[in-house]
Design a binder for this molecule. Structure first.
Ligand SMILES: Nc1ncnc2c1ncn2[C@@H]1O[C@H](COP(=O)(O)OP(=O)(O)OP(=O)(O)O)[C@@H](O)[C@H]1O
Ligand SMILES: [Mg+2]
Length: 357
């Protein structure tokens, strides 16, 4: 899916912004506070009906206005033209896709898949295990159709077990919930491991010459259903003392390594940013391979923390991807990107204009 045209109204400082996008790399260049990130925010809103910067839509709607709109003309991978639009106020959200009203955000997320990289994305390396699980779950929900069912079953059984732990349930009350947890956990673990190992393989290829010894490890709750079930049973007394379940997919964590060291603890800011960009690009590639559909890629503040040489590397990787990409930058770089459509837009005081090369 690619954006051919985009119209944005009343998102932050953008009023009547119109972009004729190219199918390759679209570079939004401008000074601080021009409205560059607001353009990415508008695309994200259209795809996910929420901002990536704040959960409060009132902060995103232009001051003095009560609603925002984002409308796009899309071209799908078969060349079909589709119109999609979002109209959002504090109390209501209306989404239309190809003439139909969309009532579930997840449906629109499937219609318009995207991946976003912001300076905060580095938290995947150095943030909390919860953030990494969230990142992994989000990817899995979109990649593996049966993941969500197992995930819901697991969390439902976990909640029941935790209630029993706190109120002092009997063995026979624990047994069915622990079995349900073990059944669901087995599937979750298999799917997560499969995905992580495919990401690792892709990352090793993509990082060749940039990072040595790339590895992604997932600390699993146990191998197989029986092992995990035994683990739950042996830990039950301890869990009763603590009042919650200590191990399982809800406690898994992912660790990224380069050259035998934890990436989150050793990489410099620039290296970390490059690593995360590579990881996201591999995710995008993985999505395309599995779903036979190209996701959009949004990169906010590409130039920040990357030196000129690393930016060249990133541009070469982006152009090899053959996906539609939106980049914001404060650096007025002019590039010839081989075999890839490339368009620059100048963003100034909430206005977006196409730049002549
Ligand atoms: N609800 C709002 N209504 C109007 N303007 C807003 C609103 N929220 C933020 N702004 C302003 O919109 C402008 C554009 O913000 P944006 O974050 O898009 O800038 P940017 O071009 O990405 O800048 P930077 O390079 O600093 O990241 C800023 O001046 C900001 O203060
Ligand atoms: Mg910005």
């Amino acid at each position: 899916m690619r954006l051919a045209q985009l119209d944005i109204n009343h998102v932050r400082n953008l009023v009547g912004a119109h972009l004729e996008c190219c199918p390759g790399i679209n570079c939004l260049y401008g000074e601080n506070a021009a409205g560059k990130t607001a353009v990415l925010e508008a695309i994200h809103l259209l795809a996910r009906a929420r901002s990536f910067r704040t959960p409060r839509i009132g902060d995103v709607i232009q001051h003095g206005r009560t609603s925002l709109t984002v409308v796009a003309q899309l071209v799908d991978d078969n060349g079909r033209h589709i119109i999609t639009g979002l109209d959002k106020s504090v109390s209501s959200t209306q989404i239309r896709f190809n003439g139909a009203r969309i009532t579930r955000r997840s449906e629109q997320a499937q219609n318009l898949p995207l991946l976003i990289i912001t300076p905060d994305s580095q938290r995947i390396l150095a943030g909390t295990p919860r953030e990494r699980r969230h990142w992994l779950d989000w990817a899995m929900f979109h990649m593996e159709p049966d993941y969500i069912g197992s995930w819901q079953n697991y969390y439902q059984a976990l909640r029941h077990r935790n209630i029993l732990l706190r109120k002092g349930g009997k063995d026979e009350q624990f047994n069915p919930w622990e079995k349900a947890m073990a059944n669901a956990a087995e599937r979750i673990i298999v799917l997560r491991r499969g995905y992580i190992s495919r990401l690792q393989e892709g990352l090793q290829q993509c990082a060749d010459g940039l990072f040595k010894g790339v590895k992604i490890a997932i600390n699993s709750a146990g191998d197989g259903k029986e092992t995990y079930l035994n683990c739950l049973r042996t830990q039950r007394d301890n869990d009763i003392r603590l009042g919650h379940t200590q191990s399982g997919p809800h406690r898994e964590d992912i660790t990224f390594y380069t050259n035998g060291h934890e990436a989150g603890k050793t990489l410099s800011r620039g290296e970390g940013k490059l690593f995360v960009i590579l990881l996201m690009l591999v995710q995008a590639y993985e999505y395309q391979t599995k779903k036979r559909e190209y996701p959009l890629i949004l990169i906010d503040d590409l130039s920040v923390e990357l030196d000129g040489k690393t930016r060249e590397v990133v541009f070469a990787l982006l152009s090899a991807l053959n996906m539609q990409i939106f980049i914001t930058t404060t650096t007025p770089e002019i590039r010839k990107v081989k075999n890839t459509a490339y368009r620059r837009f100048h963003v100034k005081q909430g206005k977006v204009t196409k730049m002549v090369k």
